[in-house]
Design a protein around this ligand. Structure first.
Ligand code: COI
Length: 355
């Protein structure tokens, strides 16, 4: 158990106005959690302190070789005033898997949860309550050794910052347009694709810019070896309903194991739908679109929640799904996932954790 030190801000910021659209990732609360690590000493000095700038030497290793990890989860305010986290333990387990992959020391799971709860409790008043909003929680760890050689750092800084957010995509629950990328790749098996680390996101930027220029919001990645099989969207995992069956790419070492992905698989199975986690080639997808068996497409992610996909483009082929509108399962999943997160409907899986 952490012995957390608290320092409250003496200069609180005004809470966002009720009509603020809470553009994703632009507003930060009054406090943050921080804790340091030194080899031989372990994690130490856990603290909830005013949100502030941090000072690092230009030689800090994180700036040079990208040894950093992050997570993303959300807190919600229920109608009766409770604060709920959605499956925080899944994020914490994944954080330690990322840590192992990129040689960052693990954090005790209970300590991690205690840290999240401590800072969320402190800034509970910042949890927005308008439909489609929540408090996004961003834990991250950076390597802080002042050194230019390539090796794991021996010192780290772990922080948690909080941001009241609306929808991740400006489209909200309206279907997004997705570009299937045929030039760049995001990750390969054995690499870091299944870890939540910045390198995967910087690898996606050039293709994302290209897609934006063509009027598409996100990039759907193909596997890095054969460039044939669907992987993920980068900010979300992807699902298809083909001939009544829910299909999603099987985790293969280069796909991020999303918490919302896992929740959607569980919910669909709970509803008696047939769910397949398997390889899906882009050819199969094009064929299914052509013969009318591709019924729905949606993405899942903490930030994106459930995001219907209305258009897919691969090379010169443009597929319009569901006449560009939201599908039945996507809508039901959105209503159910957000209903559970907000404590409005029964949580048959025990997914929510009270702060
Ligand atoms: C999340 O969904 O929490 C993510 O980390 C995706 C991020 C690119 C916003």
């Amino acid at each position: 158990m952490l012995n957390i030190r608290y320092e409250k801000t003496t200069n609180p910021k005004p809470l966002p106005e009720k009509d603020n659209p809470l553009k994703f990732g632009t507003i930060f609360t009054d406090h943050m959690f921080a804790m340091n690590y030194e080899e031989g000493k372990g994690w130490f000095d856990p603290r909830v302190v005013p949100y502030q700038k941090i000072s690092l030497e230009p030689s800090a290793m994180v700036f040079h070789y990208g040894q950093e990890m992050f997570e993303g989860l959300k807190a919600y305010k229920t109608d009766d005033g409770r604060t709920l986290l959605f499956r925080p333990n899944k994020n914490i387990e994944r954080a330690n898997r990322t840590n192992r992959r990129i040689c960052i020391p693990e954090i005790d799971e209970e300590d991690f949860l205690q840290a999240i709860k401590a800072v969320v409790k402190m800034d509970e008043a910042w949890i927005p309550t308008k439909p489609g909003t929540s408090l996004y929680i961003r834990p991250f760890i950076i390597a802080t050794d002042e050194f230019l050689g390539v090796r794991p750092s021996s010192t780290y800084l772990f922080m948690i910052i909080l941001s009241p957010v609306g929808a991740y995509y400006p489209e909200g629950l309206n279907p997004v347009k997705i570009w299937i990328e045929d030039e760049y790749v995001r990750a390969v098996r054995g690499g870091i694709g299944e870890a939540k680390t910045g390198g995967n996101y910087v690898a996606s930027l050039a293709a994302q810019m290209k897609a934006h220029e063509e009027g598409y919001s996100q990039v759907l990645w193909l596997d890095g070896v054969e460039r044939k099989y669907i992987e993920e969207v980068g900010a979300m995992n992807i699902f298809f309903k083909i001939n009544g069956t829910v299909v999603t790419p099987k985790l293969n070492g280069s796909i991020l194991p999303g918490v919302t992905r896992d929740s959607v698989i569980n919910l669909c199975k709970h509803w008696g739908l047939s769910v397949e986690e398997r390889r899906i080639s882009v050819d199969e997808l094009l064929e299914a679109a052509k013969d009318g068996s591709l019924e729905e497409v949606w993405g899942t992610g903490t930030a994106a929640v459930i995001s219907p996909v209305g258009h897919l483009r691969f090379e010169d082929t443009v597929l319009q799904i569901k006449d560009g509108g939201i599908g039945e399962i996507s809508q039901k999943l959105y209503d159910t996932v957000t209903g559970i997160q907000l404590g409005r409907i029964e949580d048959p899986f025990g997914w929510t954790v009270e702060v």
